[in-house]
Design a protein around this ligand. Structure first.
Ligand code: HPA
Length: 248
């Protein structure tokens, strides 16, 4: 077995552990930016070492704006991770992005505010202006999409992820504006995570699990947590095979 960690998976709402991970060890630890959301669970999938981190904490105790995104990514980097697969529960805006669909977005619009969004704001640190024209790593997106094709899982190739502040869901007017802006998906945790990964030089891509129609996009009068969790569970069913195929 290769002792190097081939991939890290950051799980979002509804994904607090990776069922496919065998022989799991737990790694606690801190970083120069403080504590990550929880321990790293390191195990094997298809003979490769994989690290898993629950973004909101394993008991979902951290709201999106309180997550220490810098510590999460720095912790992964500190243990030698180079590739990060971010799993995010999202709402669907565009017609191709209905509940239970899985998508691999290729663009981001950031509507979040007040989050620490760079490594370069510590006293004495260098100001960073990383290129972010293509916010997700092309080779990692390719590897996800190729793996999905090999195992026969439908993953929509592309889409624009709009990152909102939360923790409340959006108004219909906010979603209508996001649609006009070109967003296909809406979630609360896509940023600053992707930008920080770029600053750290990590390969980073997102698999978005569509949990509900965003406000005003479907027929539902209201979005419920039950609906979100049930759809995330269905959408995540293909993840073990997909991740194994990415590694194989
Ligand atoms: N909006 C924002 N974040 C989300 C949603 C949504 O509708 N569904 C799941 N995460």
């Amino acid at each position: 077995m290769n002792p190097e960690i081939s991939l890290a998976v950051i799980g979002g709402t509804g994904l607090y552990k990776l069922a496919a991970l065998a022989a799991v060890e737990t790694l606690e630890g801190e970083t120069i930016y403080g504590k990550p959301s929880g321990p790293l669970r390191i195990g094997t999938i298809a003979g490769h070492r994989v690290a898993f981190l629950a973004r909101h904490g394993e008991g979902h105790s951290l709201p999106p704006h309180k997550i220490n995104y810098r510590a999460n990514l720095q912790r992964l980097k500190d243990i030698g991770v180079r590739r990060v697969l971010a799993i995010n529960a999202v709402g669907g805006i565009g017609d191709r992005f209905g509940p239970r669909v899985v998508a691999c977005p290729d663009q981001i619009i950031d509507y979040t505010w007040g989050r620490i969004s760079t490594l370069g704001e510590e006293p004495g640190s260098e100001v960073l202006h990383v290129d972010f024209g293509d916010p997700y790593t092309a080779s990692l997106r390719r590897s996800i999409l190729d793996a999905a094709a090999r195992v026969g899982t439908d993953v929509v190739d592309g889409g624009c992820y709009g990152a909102t502040q939360g923790p409340r869901l959006e108004t219909r007017a906010e979603i209508a504006r996001m649609r006009r802006d070109g967003c296909d998906l809406v979630g609360m945790t896509g940023m600053p995570e992707a930008g920080l990964a770029r600053e750290l030089g990590l390969d980073y891509a997102c698999l978005a699990l569509i949990a509900n129609w965003a406000a005003g996009c479907g027929d539902a009068a209201e979005i419920t947590l039950e609906e979100v969790l049930a759809n995330v569970e269905v959408a995540s069913a293909s993840l073990p095979r997909l991740i194994a195929a990415m590694l194989g």
